[in-house]
Design a protein around this ligand. Structure first.
Ligand SMILES: [Fe+2]
Length: 191
């Protein structure tokens, strides 16, 4: 597993400190807040969660395409042996890709659907942070629809992604007994 400082070094080197990395830090901190609130109910590896969340968008150093940045991140981290983190780069796209979608986009022929609690939390929290600011699922998906109006594939898949995100959020809110959107919106006291 990647230690925190190593993950930061990898992100900083490939991104050259680009503005989009603010999103990565915001997602990492918020994902851990959600992870900590889940810990009494489920076993969560918060150290892995933070590093994997930090690196989920690393493929943006190649492209900001809404699907292909996940593919590039997967290739980049796999090539360096960071397989668990690499899986999250691919599986956070649209709350998971089916095997035929993975093949279509140049990924190995298997599905990339977030299954572990850490994979699912990163994917959900990514949708709840617009750039580096907390938002709601409703607002984020409206914004994604507007920004991707010229991308029929992505647009056509957003409803399914919204359904998966909503159902996972409802599931963990039952464990937590509170709102995930509120936890994500809390100011991080540690930074
Ligand atoms: Fe992303």
């Amino acid at each position: 597993m990647l230690a925190r400082q190593k993950a930061i070094a990898i992100l900083t080197k490939s991104s050259q400190g680009a503005q989009w990395t603010k999103h990565c830090f915001a997602v990492a901190d918020a994902a851990v807040r959600v992870g900590l609130s889940l810990e009494p109910h489920r076993s969560v590896d918060c150290a892995f969660l933070w590093s994997a969340a930090l690196l989920h968008d690393i493929g943006r150093y190649v492209t900001h395409d809404p699907v292909l940045h996940g593919v590039e991140g997967y290739k980049f981290l796999s090539a360096r042996g960071h397989h668990k983190e690499a899986r999250i780069c691919a599986s956070h796209i649209l709350f998971g890709l089916k095997v035929e979608e993975a093949v279509q986009f140049g990924l190995p022929a298997r599905d990339f659907v977030p299954r572990t609690i850490e994979e699912q939390v990163v994917t959900l929290v990514d949708f709840l942070i617009e750039f580096d600011q907390p938002t709601t699922l409703e607002r984020r998906f409206s914004s994604l629809r507007r920004r991707n109006a010229g991308n029929p594939y992505f647009l056509g898949r957003l409803d399914r992604a919204f359904g998966s995100a909503t159902s996972f959020m409802e599931q963990i809110e039952q464990d937590i007994g509170g709102s995930v959107e509120r936890i994500v919106a809390l100011q991080d006291q540690s930074s």
